[in-house]
Each structure stands twice: as C-alpha cells, then as structure tokens.
Design a protein around this ligand. Structure first.
Ligand SMILES: CC(C)(COP(=O)(O)OP(=O)(O)OC[C@H]1O[C@@H](n2cnc3c(N)ncnc32)[C@H](O)[C@@H]1OP(=O)(O)O)[C@@H](O)C(=O)NCCC(=O)NCCS
Length: 166
C-alpha cells in the first residue's frame, strides 16, 4: 500500500469535505450540525487526503491569523472511521504545516480533543495549559513550532481570526 499523501482542497472537493466532517463530528461525536460549519470555512485553507478509490477520507483546515500574529490555527481534523490508523490524518496535518509555513506562520496551535492528544504529540505538538470543554467534548490546547519552508517561498496570508472551536 502506498503512503497517503494530502493536498489543498479545490472547490469541487467541498461536498465531500462537508460529508466527511458531518459523519465524524455530527453523526459520530454528536456536535450540533449548526456549529459544524462556520464562517471561517470560507477563508480557511482546507486539505484533503484520498483513498485508493479516490474518496476524500481525511481533512483538516488552516486558519490564518488576521492580527499579524505568526501563530496559525488548525482545526476540523477528521479521518473516516474506516481508514483510521493508516496515516491519512498525519498526511493532512503535514500538508497543513507546509501550507502554514508557506504563508509565513512560525507556529501552529489547535484545540485537541483529549482522545486525539497522542496523535498530535506524534506530530510534534506539546500541550499548553489544562483541559476544558468545547462543544461538550474535553479538549486541550496544543502548539507546535514550524520549520522554515526550504525554498524560502511564501504566499500571502488570508483572514481567519476569531476564537472558540477551530
Ligand atoms: C484524530 C484522527 C484525525 C487521526 O487520524 P488517523 O488517520 O487515524 O491518524 P494516523 O493514522 O495518521 O496516525 C498517525 C499516528 O498517530 C497515532 N494515532 C492516531 N490517532 C490516535 C489516537 N486517537 N490516540 C493515540 N494515537 C493515535 C497513530 O497510531 C499513528 O502513530 P504512528 O506514527 O506510530 O504510526 C482520527 O482518529 C479522527 O478523525 N478521529 C475522530 C475525530 C477527532 O477526534 N478529530 C480530532 C479533533 S481535535
């Protein structure tokens, strides 16, 4: 089996991204559907990983800081239950890191569900502070420093801003 790879989503991918996030967060985890999608989806950089049948099986989004801060946000990390443990989540996270660095971020932060804490530690994250509830689920804030992009190339950032569930 080839190792999963991930790439930035196109507008054509969006229905599959929504369907996957609904399966994982709404159907599986009980997040209210009205808060699953939000206004930050319009400006976030979305990344997808596909399986051998070309279905979107993992996704995540990058939120670029509106305040000039060099810390970008990552959220909505989801892998379809049928492919967990196969590296799709790690591939999405690695591409989100690459996209963040290309846009000038020097670190990324996320609100990790405590059950996924180990997944993020494997990817170089460290917990910042204690646990708290978000959408009724226990979370912990985690942060990771990013390496400089190798070619020094950067693309302009966008607006993400806001607080709360990433
Ligand atoms: C968290 C999630 C995105 C991980 O995706 P995934 O595709 O299963 O992860 P990967 O296969 O890329 O795992 C990468 C590594 O993390 C480990 N890992 C993944 N999920 C883990 C978990 N919940 N606990 C401990 N380790 C985990 C894997 O074993 C693997 O370790 P390795 O490097 O030794 O092989 C996925 O489990 C998921 O969608 N969960 C439900 C939604 C969720 O909790 N999202 C996170 C919101 S913060």
């Amino acid at each position: 089996m080839t190792r999963p790879s991930a790439r930035v989503a196109t507008p054509d991918d969006w229905p599959e991204v929504v369907a996957l996030r609904t399966r994982v967060f709404v159907d599986e985890q009980g997040v209210p559907p009205e808060i699953e999608q939000d206004e930050r989806d319009a400006t976030a950089v979305h990344v997808v990983s596909r399986d051998a049948a070309d279905r979107v099986v993992a996704t995540g989004r990058l939120l670029l800081p509106a305040d000039g801060s060099a810390v970008a946000g990552i959220g909505r990390m989801a892998a379809d239950a049928s492919v967990r443990g196969l590296g799709h989540g790690a591939a999405v996270l690695a591409e989100l890191h690459r996209q963040a660095a290309l846009r000038g971020a020097t670190a990324v932060e996320l609100h990790a569900q405590v059950t996924a804490r180990r997944f993020y530690e494997r990817a170089g994250y460290t917990a910042v502070g204690g646990e708290y509830l978000e959408a009724g689920i226990a979370h912990v804030t985690m942060r990771r420093v990013l390496a400089e992009p190798h070619d020094g190339h950067r693309v302009p950032g966008g607006h993400a801003g806001g607080t709360g569930r990433m």
